[in-house]
Design a protein around this ligand. Sequence first.
Ligand SMILES: [Zn+2]
Length: 346
Amino acid sequence: MSSAIQSLANRLNKGSSVVFFVGAGISTSAGIPDFRSPGTGLYNNLSKLNLPYAEAVFDIDYFKKDPVPFYTLARELYPGQFKPTKFHLFMALLQEKGQLHRVYTQNIDTLERIAGVERDLIVEAHGCFDDHRCVNCSKELDGDKFRQIIFRGEKVECPHCGGYVKPCIVFFGEGLPQRFFECWDEDCDEFGNEYVNETVAIVAGTSLKVHPFASLPEELPESIQRFLVNQELVGSFEDAPRDDDEVYLGKIDEFVDLLCRELGWDEELEGLVRRVEDSTEAEELEGEDTKDTKDTKDSKDSKDSKDSKDSEDSKESKDEAKSKDLRDLEDEAEETINKGINSLSI
Ligand SMILES: [Zn+2]
């Protein structure tokens, strides 16, 4: 038994609450395209877009000139296409037990919410797909409209000034949401007032490279014991480890399985997993029932999405034929893009 699991199970058995700091690694088992693995749809799509550098897809100045790479990525990641993982459900289980303090997430996939974690307890540090605004005049655009337009493969232009519209996902060159700073101040005050040992921190599935998020775990008071659940040592767990840090290196969902078994929570966790599976099956059945009904929203949307994909594919093949020599450049760029994207935790 890993000492991290043993020690965390002891703390949870004694009623400790958890503050989470999470990144893309907790969502990869949900099937969200992994930026790190060449060969995924997302990776291939990005490398076809001739981005000057990988981060350009999230660069606000680049977006103002050419929003297509971001819209392509947004279609791939759009919430509603993925289900929460065991790790997300573990957070929901802690909430049911009254032991969830807060979840700081770098992810924009909203899987914490879908798992059932209350909005008040989630801090989406890098924004989300809630609110869509023009990058020039800041006027809001309806989210359904935004979604329909990007799934048709078109650019979303502001009806007031013609600027491009984007969701409130934080781009490079933009500040983090006010709520991030407010919650962090509030939590730090609380941690300072708490009796020693009442809260533990779990840092999971993140490379801890994107600041200011990356510095949160090292800003925690010494009284908060820190646990790292990750594929590798990262951030201050590596550079400035604390005596009572605990580290579990391995697969994140496996960690949840082992921990819940140790706590005797495995049946409750399985119950939550079944609930997610049942709701997926129900949606699939519903999808089959409505297949013949041409005007239903779902079938229309999926048709839109197919049409846009087809037209995009044919456009892409035309573009490729036109610019055959660009392929070599793309190949060279692939490695750079991979390296760059690797450091993004969205
Ligand atoms: Zn505008």
